[in-house]
Design a protein around this ligand. Structure first.
Ligand code: SER
Length: 583
């Protein structure tokens, strides 16, 4: 079954069970610079899992574009992907375990026609924080899964939380039995031998983890995630996602073009090319920071492996074209962005080729130094430094060293890289922790202060001032807005005074849901109108501000404290930037 057919069947099934279909959020989270990429379907829905009212109701279904970057180095094996699509259905305080399990089972066995005997399930075994999930096990028995295919595991396997804190709960996972021989007498779903493949995860989100403690949320939610690429692989009867219609045409093309036979390199090129296309289409651009750096790494690694396969780099244009054609069924919007996607990838490839050439020059210097000193082994730190400073890949260093009769201790090099990776992994986890799931009271206050400042600037400068960006941390807010001049001291003082006046007035912050067109007609302000669904939430502050916004916000402006502008500067042409604090 094709991926698009699976996606359509999924959304239709849940639509027929009274779920509203909502659009995928972008891969790059909106207004949340603290998170690198959307990594799970639940991420854009965190405020609603925490109790905020969703404009489309309490039963939702969607497909969500996701990117997980912790395993970039693993791509090349037969299963790891960075970009993937997750199908999801959501109960926001509506149905719970029984209905969720009955629907999942019916969808798998009746709609996808997976034989019931091929399904095994896992449930939470229980601990001090949360009891054993016998309710879930009973629901599975009721639909027809026998005891011997119901397994219980602890938090390692059957508990879901995004990062360190936030909404979470026990989950139940569904596994597909590929029919392979068990690897041992004790072979079970938790085992990685490949007999069992996880196909769906239903999380019963009724807890909130904060400061290491679990409390009950105000509502019982269900968050489910079904990986589209994996399901396509199973239903097409393939061993790896690279053999499915999602990757096969590009894998075949690479095989024809390559002068060297290296399946891992072909997979890396195919996977990284697809992920890069998806990131660029959602506005990502290569840089040396955070998101931009991930994209840069993906394009560089892809280029390196194209080189390794001895594929003429001028083929990249055709490869991008082919990949966009393959993706067209699932993401028709890509074809409109073809030119910019090509431009960004090809420019970055060209830059990297210069890096490679420069790196080779630096490498010769290292080799000459070693030879002059009479040694016959290269210091691993030199290899690491060449990588860090010039982006020069260690495996190229290794090949060149050996060609020059110089030895390399690759274990030592790997160790240095592992240490480095561990540092970046911790960095990314910190990022996630800082995301919406961890929105603190202080950040919520800054969020409301942002709306006030926006309204104040409109009044003091002119009505054409619009928000161009925003970034909030625990310590300060940053607000970018359209304005053609540096603010005078008088303008800054007036803006500050007006915000503080509104704070003193303790204005009520209210939220309502309405049709997007009605919201716009009513004069509500918003940054990117096309990015909002047809039904939107609108936050109003007294009668001074009205904006389309996902929240969260304080209830009354009096909660904010004293507002102070600490800096006003240029951001880019025609855009000014204010940094401010609440004291
Ligand atoms: N949040 C869960 C996951 O990402 C289910 O959607 O697996």
């Amino acid at each position: 079954m094709k991926a698009l057919e699976i996606r359509n069947k999924y959304l239709n099934y849940f639509k027929n069970h009274n779920h509203k279909i909502i659009p995928s959020a972008p891969l790059i989270p909106e207004n949340d610079p603290s998170v690198l990429f959307t990594t799970a379907g639940m991420q854009p829905l965190v405020p609603y899992l925490l109790g905020e009212k969703h404009p489309e109701g309490t039963r939702l279904t969607d497909f969500q574009k996701c990117l997980r970057t912790n395993d970039i180095e693993e791509v090349g094996d037969n299963r790891h992907l960075t970009y993937f699509e997750m199908l999801g259905n959501w109960s926001l305080g509506d149905y719970f375990k029984e209905e969720s399990i009955a629907m999942s089972y019916e969808f798998l066995t009746k709609i996808l026609e997976i034989p019931s005997e091929k399904i095994s399930v896992t449930c939470f075994a229980g601990d001090d924080d949360c009891p054993r999930d016998t309710v879930t096990a009973k629901c599975w028995k009721d639909v027809g899964i026998p005891d011997e295919r119901i397994y219980f595991y602890g938090k390692d396997e059957n508990w879901w939380i995004a990062g360190e804190e936030g909404p979470c709960g026990p989950d139940t996972e569904m596994f597909y039995d590929t029919g392979k021989e068990p690897c041992s007498e004790d072979c079970q779903p938790s085992c990685n031998c490949g007999k069992y493949v996880e196909i769906w995860n239903n999380v019963f989100m009724e807890y909130l983890k904060k400061d290491g403690k679990y409390t009950k949320l105000s509502q019982k939610n269900v968050d489910t995630g079904l990986g589209l690429e994996r399901m396509t692989m199973l239903l097409e009867g393939k061993e790896t996602p690279f053999d499915t219609e999602i990757f096969k045409p590009i894998m075949d093309k690479l095989e024809i073009l390559a002068k060297k036979d290296d399946i891992a390199s072909r997979r890396i090129v195919a996977e990284h090319l697809r992920a890069s296309i998806m990131i660029i289409a959602d506005g990502g651009r290569p840089s040396n920071l955070d998101r931009g750096y991930i994209l840069r790494r993906l394009i560089r690694r892809m280029t390196r492996h194209l080189n390794k396969l001895e594929i003429d780099l001028n083929e990249l244009d055709n490869l991008i074209e082919l990949n966009i054609n393959i993706l067209n069924d699932l993401y028709p919007e890509l074809s409109k962005k073809k030119d910019v996607i090509k431009e960004v990838i090809i420019q970055e490839k060209d830059k990297f080729m210069k890096t490679l050439i420069r790196g080779e020059r630096e490498f010769s210097k290292v080799i000459n130094r070693i030879k002059d000193s009479g040694k016959d082994i290269i210091d691993s730190k030199d290899i690491f430094n060449l990588y860090e400073t010039y982006g020069f890949p260690p495996e190229v260093s290794k090949d060149l060293a050996e060609e020059n009769g110089v030895k390399v201790d690759m274990d030592e090099v790997d160790k240095l890289f592992k240490e480095h990776q561990e540092k970046s992994r911790l960095g990314s986890e910190q990022k996630f922790k800082g995301g919406l799931s961890g929105t603190s009271e202080k950040e919520i206050k800054y969020h409301t202060a942002t709306h006030l400042l926006n309204a104040a600037l409109k009044e003091i400068i002119n009505k054409d001032v619009h928000q161009k960006g925003s970034n909030i941390t625990e310590e300060r807010m940053r607000f970018d807005f359209s304005c053609d001049h540096k603010l005078t001291d008088e303008e800054k003082n007036k803006a500050e005074d007006l915000v503080n006046k509104w704070i003193k007035e303790d204005l009520k912050v209210s939220v309502e849901t309405m049709k997007k067109e009605d919201a716009l007609k009513s004069g509500a302000e918003c940054m990117f109108i096309e990015k909002y669904p047809d039904i939107v939430t609108v936050y109003s502050i007294g009668n001074i501000s009205k904006e389309l916004c996902g929240g969260p916000h304080v209830k009354h402006t009096g909660e904010l404290g004293h507002f102070k502008i600490i800096k006003e500067e240029a951001s880019s042409s025609g855009v000014r930037r204010i940094k401010a604090v609440l004291e």
